[in-house]
Design a protein around this ligand. Structure first.
Ligand code: NI
Length: 308
């Protein structure tokens, strides 16, 4: 391994305490223990796992390789440790403190390593022979980078799902105390009324949950599009019942959130083929979905203010 590459790995391992601290700043308590999908670790569990990997994995391996001739080190089974260690019951602040102490000890060892020592060997129970610099590489990339990315993914996922969950409440608030006439009033002949916007949100939701389901369950399915203005006229949105439309929208949105909440991380990268956009992944679609919500909720707010 080139020295430059090793230096890069060292820089990562040195920077992780600050990066982890930043990643955990202002994270709501509920999000810390929230699991991004069934069977997937929460941020809390990831940090507990990092502490155990640091102590039983990296610190142990560095110490062994530096003090023994070709030592063997055991595999660290993260899932077994999570169960035996009762991660959910641990105090995160204490876990972080312990992780930081173990990282400090690792860094102290790494600082003292002489150039020729980087190729000292050990043997990993399952992965086989491993040099000191390989252990460092695994710590920097396989552990630090991977877990920081994992935490960012969870935060992003949480943000999307909570926004999608909030929309029906925001829309319901806009219709509260509004007469049906007001809901049907068009600000201009060619502009949608509040009710038409609501019906549009409902029918788009029907389309979007269908797309998520297709993309999740089929390989590169072709996605359907709708002509929203044609639909508004054909389905006579403005003659619909606001309360019923709202309930339908709420139900469909509940299906969307349930479907997305059950997806494994890799499924978010699955794509469908959109007639205009081409490859369209679930993650990108969900971001568009949130923006679409915001757009129409803003418009509803403007119309609601005009209605008084
Ligand atoms: Ni729209």
């Amino acid at each position: 391994m080139e020295k430059a590459e090793r230096e890069q790995h060292l820089a990562i391992v040195r920077s992780t305490p600050d990066r982890l601290k930043a990643a955990l700043t202002n994270v709501p308590k509920k999000l810390l223990t929230w699991r991004p999908a069934p069977g997937k670790w929460s941020i809390h569990e990831i940090v507990c796992h990092m502490r155990d990997s640091e102590r039983l994995g990296y610190l142990h391996r560095y110490t062994q390789i530096l003090t023994k001739d070709n030592p063997t080190f055991p595999d660290v089974d993260g899932d077994a440790l999570a169960l035996e260690g009762q991660y959910r019951r641990l105090n995160l602040r204490e876990v972080l403190r312990d992780w930081r102490a173990a990282r400090k000890a690792c860094l102290a060892l790494l600082r003292k390593i002489k150039a020729k020592e980087w190729t000292r060997m050990g043997s990993h129970e399952t992965a086989g022979p491993m040099s000191l610099e390989t252990v460092l590489q695994r710590q920097a990339l396989g552990n630090d980078e991977a877990h920081l990315v994992q935490i960012e993914h969870i935060k992003k996922r949480w943000e999307i799902l909570s926004k999608l969950q909030e929309t029906p409440k925001a829309v319901a608030a806009m219709f509260r105390g509004l007469s049906d006439d007001e809901a049907r009033r068009r600000p201009a002949p060619e502009q949608w009324s509040m009710l038409e916007i609501l019906c549009h949100l409902r029918d788009v939701e029907f389309l979007f949950v269908e797309r998520y389901g297709k993309i999740a369950n089929h390989d590169r399915p072709t996605l359907r599009m709708i002509d929203q203005n044609d639909l508004a006229v054909r389905l006579r949105y403005n003659a619909d019942d606001p309360a019923a439309a709202l309930r339908e929208f709420q139900t469909l949105r509940g299906e969307t959130v349930a479907l997305l909440s059950a997806l494994a991380q890799q499924s978010w990268e699955r794509v469908g083929l959109h007639p205009k956009r081409g490859e369209f992944g679930i993650a990108a679609h969900a971001v568009m979905h949130v923006a679409h919500d915001a757009n129409h909720v803003d418009r509803l707010r403007v119309l609601r203010e005009r209605a008084g």
